[in-house]
Design a protein around this ligand. Structure first.
Ligand code: MN3
Length: 244
């Protein structure tokens, strides 16, 4: 009984139904998400990871409705398409997603573009959710890294925003770690810097989804405003963890 009640509260919070002022209290870090680099199917199917926070947790910077649709519709759709494609090549189900993305050229023609687009979508969103949290700031160590790479933290932000607004169409802005130096890169669609076909390759330490579905409800066509607001919800602690 007690367990059912707890599960209900948890589910209600995830669905954004409780209206609690601090939904983070209900959640510990989600181990599934922290293992993002080893995303694998469970019983033959990739699954939608829990966010680990409520949809309204990022208000007012990213609104609850956007988060809910982005997670349950967009992210889920990438997973569904990926699962569907892998039915054609079931031997790939034992391979971590990241391994497939790093070597797309080695995949059978029948699934390569689906793994690139929808497998990329699954990896990118699983990574993105872990980067969202209000109330953190760059530690002295991360500030040092950013200063060494971009002059100042403010300049880093400016360059990141410029890359995001300058990206034509749908895609992602990333920060990659190249042997201790951080670098800003962009990718189209659901590509990412892990992929063998990426123009600039590297390990992502952060990324921002600049598809319109990530911001349109609240910001409409104003991608620049979304990118400015993004700094309020960036989990700097996770960014630092990703540099290690
Ligand atoms: Mn998206």
């Amino acid at each position: 009984m007690e367990n059912n009640r707890r599960n209900f509260i948890k589910t209600a919070a995830v669905l954004g139904l409780t209206g609690m002022s601090n939904p983070m209290d209900l959640f510990a870090a989600n181990p599934e998400l922290s293992q993002k680099s080893d995303i694998k199917p469970v019983n033959g199917k990739y699954e939608l990871p829990a966010l680990g926070y409520a949809y309204q947790a990022l208000e007012p910077h990213i609104d609850a409705k956007t988060m809910e649709i982005h997670h349950t519709k967009h992210h889920q759709a990438y997973i569904n398409k990926l699962n569907e494609a892998l039915e054609k090549e079931p031997q790939l189900k034992s391979m971590p997603l990241e391994t497939m993305l790093r070597d797309l050229r080695a995949l059978p023609d029948s699934v390569r573009s689906v793994v690139r687009n929808h497998g990329g979508g699954h990896w990118n969103h699983s990574f993105f959710w872990t980067l969202l949290k209000t109330g953190t700031k760059p530690s002295p160590a991360l500030t040092n890294m950013l200063t060494n790479s971009f002059g100042t933290v403010d300049n880093f932000k400016k360059e990141f925003e410029k890359a995001g607004t300058g990206l034509f169409g749908s895609g992602w802005v990333w920060v990659i770690n190249q042997m201790g130096t951080l670098k800003i890169v962009t990718t189209p669609n659901q590509d990412n810097p892990l992929m063998d076909l990426a123009e600039v390759k590297g390990k992502p330490v952060m990324g921002c989804d600049v598809w319109e579905h990530a911001y349109y409800l609240k910001y409409q066509n104003k991608r620049a405003d979304y990118l400015t607001a993004f700094w309020n919800v960036l989990n700097w602690d996770q960014v630092e963890a990703n540099t290690r």
